[in-house]
Design a protein around this ligand. Structure first.
Ligand code: 5GP
Length: 180
């Protein structure tokens, strides 16, 4: 698989250290409270798995899945819920866990849906941010890394369903992205 990688943007050690820092900050901010972590499937599942183990506050976990119509590397901006939450969010502190914020359309849509359900608080934790690509403004309360405008894979993020198992964040060679 390594022959398909153009460059590694974030090494496993850097990711682990940053996730621990985020965990410490979130634990401090939510001291004395219970949080419902809402993981946006599928890309955020690896991040969530590491993050919850660096939290020392009571947490519950739920999952939501969305699809955005478009090609495999370009979001179309039209979002549809494929799997809704199992539990109500009313009167709970909600922390959304996202892999990457690109145009902001997905997060903006999920935030608007969850706000209507009247949580006690609603915040966002994202591993990666590509600010150059933003179309709608979204506030990211806890951010792992800002990255340049490149399509990345690894640590949960895929291209056509593959590469989620890479322990680092990487850019693939151009010929991989041009294959179908
Ligand atoms: P947005 O709605 O902010 O444009 O896109 C968010 C979603 O698009 C992310 O949750 C992710 O699934 C996908 N996405 C955006 N940029 C990338 C990228 O660089 N790599 C991968 N694998 N997915 C991305």
């Amino acid at each position: 698989m390594n022959e398909l990688i153009e460059k590694i943007l974030i090494e496993p050690k850097e990711i682990q250290e940053r996730v621990k820092e985020l965990g410490r900050k979130i634990s401090e901010d939510y001291q004395g409270k219970e949080v419902l972590l809402v993981c946006i499937l599928k890309g955020a599942f690896v991040f969530l798995a590491d993050l919850i183990r660096s939290l020392d506050i009571p947490v519950r976990v739920d999952f939501i899945a969305c699809s955005s119509y478009g090609s495999s590397t370009e979001s179309s901006g039209v979002v549809r819920i494929l799997k809704d939450l199992d539990y109500p969010v009313e009167r709970k502190h909600i922390l959304l866990i996202e892999d990457i914020v690109d145009t902001g359309l997905t997060l903006n849509y999920i935030l608007s849906i969850l706000k209507e359900r009247r949580p006690l608080s609603l915040k966002v934790c994202a591993l990666l941010d590509k600010p150059e690509r933003r179309i709608v403004p979204v506030n990211v309360d806890y951010l792992g890394f800002k990255i340049p405008n490149e399509f990345v894979v690894g640590y949960g993020l895929d291209f056509n369903g593959h590469y989620r198992n890479l322990p680092f964040i990487a850019v693939l060679k151009k010929e991989v992205y041009s294959q179908k």
